[in-house]
Design a protein around this ligand. Structure first.
Ligand code: FE
Length: 228
């Protein structure tokens, strides 16, 4: 239930850079925090002083999801679902197990559900309450995913939101919107683009962008890889 919603992941913290490191002049400095960053920093300081958190542990978690885990994990899941019917079935039945068989599991990915786009149905993922997101397969959420405008409008006017992302669906295409929670995270499995029968899983995964796995895009456009 949403009452149990886990807000611990909503740690909107601009990862501090190595203090010993020299940065370019255009870099953000400590006195240029946004209000939210300043509040997070103040909260982190208080919790650290009280001995409730270890800032090194937090930095390590942020670092992991910023650099090691990212949308490429999800793209490999999608490419395998396109290439391997048994894996596709497994993903439909038990996405958590199928995804963790590829080594992608852990925080914010404990309970996964894969939702499959079809010719007549498009899936879109949101967290209306905060920013629940499948970290294990997509890394950290993009800024817009956490923005109040997306969170409310994705539910009220999904077709309009998709159009703003440059995705215009046929009027006959049904849009299903999935509201993520701390208990359940969704991964959109986009449709496999036409003309890709000969492609390897690696080649296929390059066609799957982060946004295609949130549902604000479709597969078929080569991704830059970093997503954000
Ligand atoms: Fe959330």
């Amino acid at each position: 239930m949403h009452d149990d919603h886990d807000h611990s992941h909503d740690h909107d913290h601009d990862h501090p850079h190595d203090p010993g490191h020299h940065h370019d002049d255009d870099h953000h400095h400590d006195n240029h925090y946004s209000d939210m960053q300043a509040r997070v920093r103040a909260l982190e300081t208080v919790l650290t002083e009280k001995g409730l958190i270890d800032p090194k542990a937090i930095d390590q978690i942020v670092e992991t999801y910023q650099t090691r885990v990212g949308p490429r994990n999800g793209a490999r899941v999608v490419a395998k679902a396109w290439s391997d019917p048994e894996f596709r079935d497994w993903l439909k039945r038990d996405a958590t197990a199928a995804i963790s068989s590829l080594g992608y599991s852990g925080r914010q990915g404990e309970h996964m559900r894969a939702v499959f786009n079809t010719e007549d149905t498009h899936n879109l993922v949101v967290c209306t309450l905060c920013s629940c997101y499948p970290w294990a397969v997509l890394g950290l959420p993009p800024t817009w995913y956490k923005a109040p405008a997306y969170r409310s409008r994705a539910v009220i006017d999904p077709r309009g939101v998709l159009a703003e992302f440059g995705l215009t669906l046929a009027e006959t295409t049904k849009i299903r919107v999935w509201d993520s929670t701390a208990e359940l995270r969704y991964l959109v499995i986009p449709e496999r683009p036409e003309g890709t029968q000969e492609m390897s899983e690696d080649e296929l995964s390059a066609l799957v962008s982060r946004d295609a796995m949130i549902g604000t895009a479709i597969a078929g456009h080569a991704s830059t890889g970093d997503g954000y």
